[in-house]
Write a protein that binds this ligand. Structure first.
Ligand code: MRU
Length: 415
């Protein structure tokens, strides 16, 4: 299904990236035609989200190669050019592993194309290398969409299966319930289930990926299947990916939803536990390491602690491109620290006296004493013990005998 909203648009030789700093007020695509522009776009967070970062980096270099900006007809010079550009892009943001996984893949495939290009004609060898790079970059983009769709399907099924059947009488017009025959009970009488409400953090939707999204992809799928009662999203301070981006996506998709500040999560769980039946917190991932410890947007860890305290499931939606098998545990993850102005200043569209938002008039305003010291880690690490399930495109990751997540079972080729 095409969900319309696209952070990244690509065709041979042309890459357009939606400027997410202007959302939700303006919808402007930037033409990204060099690695330097891609670096700046990623660093300034005009594009963000682990998969989207990797895709933009890969496609920006593909665009350069399509226009032959490497300016060489020597095979070895071209390989060196590609590696140099990829090393440079690697420095744009450190925590999300999708970027380094994509770069690793692109380097390996470039090297392979160079070795396979036995033609004595160096110019022809360069054509093959460029073509291979462009093909792999495009595949990273396209595979991400298919991966998200599978995560959505697995995640919706995982959450749906958590709901016990309702035994009390439910009227036909109560929209908080759905009726179905449970899987594996074909022919059994229909049973009634309560719809699912979830809380999500940061932005993991179409804007963070090639489309559909991971955690937000699961929410979309639940909604498409009529299993979703309500989606709550956090504001996600300090950068407000929740209020600026996720709220926008939820409204755009007409998904029943409510925005809360990060500090309201505990109260939400307590206040609405029975009435709204919040089944799970669903988040994305920037880097999941071998044991399942997961780096994600700052504030994720506290939601996991709160979920545990309230008996609510905590679910991570992560493509295997977000998995880092080189790190044993989360202590080894490098957390990006960002500028203090992200806490002390804020941007927004001006609201007129009539209460109307003037989308053509945006301003940056100070919201704290500019001299205060600031600590601004962009991510935190949730220990695997607090995670009930990690949903990948291959389904929920099983656990080993020690209770750690067992990625070997789902991705033996990378072990
Ligand atoms: O700083 P950001 O906006 O790039 O952080 C994004 C997140 O933390 C997302 O949850 C994560 O990248 C997964 S996106 C599918």
């Amino acid at each position: 299904m095409d969900h319309g909203l696209k952070a990244i648009k690509y065709e041979s030789g042309k890459l357009l990236v939606l400027d997410q700093l202007k959302l939700p007020h303006e919808f402007v695509y930037d033409d990204v035609s060099t690695c330097e522009e891609a670096f700046d776009c990623i660093k300034s967070m005009r594009v963000r989200g682990a998969p989207a970062i990797a895709i933009v980096a890969a496609l920006a270099l593909a665009v350069e190669l399509w226009h032959k900006k490497d300016g060489t007809s020597k095979k070895q010079d071209l390989v060196e050019f590609i590696n140099r550009k990829l090393d440079y892009l690697m420095e744009s943001r450190p925590t999300a592993v999708d970027l380094s996984n994509a770069i690793q893949l692109l380097k390996t495939q470039t090297q392979k194309a160079a070795s396979d290009a036995t033609a004595s004609d160096e110019t022809q060898a360069c054509v093959s290398i460029r073509e291979k790079f462009i093909e792999v970059a495009k595949k990273i983009f396209e595979d991400d969409l298919a991966t998200n769709q599978r995560i959505g399907m697995w995640g919706a099924e995982y959450l749906r299966a958590l709901q016990p059947p309702v035994t009390s009488t439910v009227t036909d017009d109560d929209f908080r319930y759905y009726t179905t025959s449970p899987p594996g009970t074909q022919g059994a009488p229909d049973q009634t289930y309560r719809k699912i409400s979830v809380l999500t953090h940061c932005n993991t939707g179409s804007l963070a990926t090639s489309g559909v999204g991971t955690a937000l992809g699961i929410i979309r799928k639940l909604h498409d299947m009529n299993y979703l009662d309500h989606a709550y999203c956090t504001e996600t301070r300090p950068y407000n990916q929740g209020s600026r981006l996720t709220a926008f996506e939820l409204v755009y998709e007409k998904i029943p939803s409510t925005l809360i500040t990060d500090s309201m999560a505990a109260s939400l769980f307590k206040t609405y536990k029975d009435e709204k039946n919040i089944t799970a917190v669903i988040v994305g991932a920037d880097r999941v390491v071998r044991n399942g410890d997961t780096a994600n947007k700052i504030g994720t860890y506290q939601l996991a602690v709160l979920a545990k305290a309230h008996g609510i499931k905590f679910v991570v939606a992560a493509p295997t491109t977000s998995v880092d098998l080189e790190k044993e545990n989360g202590d080894l993850i490098k957390i990006e620290n960002r500028a203090q102005t992200e806490l002390t200043q804020i941007s927004g569209a001006v609201v007129g006296k009539d209460g109307k938002v003037d989308v053509n008039h945006t301003e940056r305003v100070a919201i704290a004493d500019q001299r205060i010291n600031v600590w601004n880690p962009a991510f935190d690490v949730t220990p695997y013990q607090l995670i009930d399930s990690i949903i990948t495109e291959h389904g929920p990751v099983p656990r080993n005998a020690k209770g750690k997540f067992d990625f070997k079972a789902i991705m033996p080729e990378r072990w």
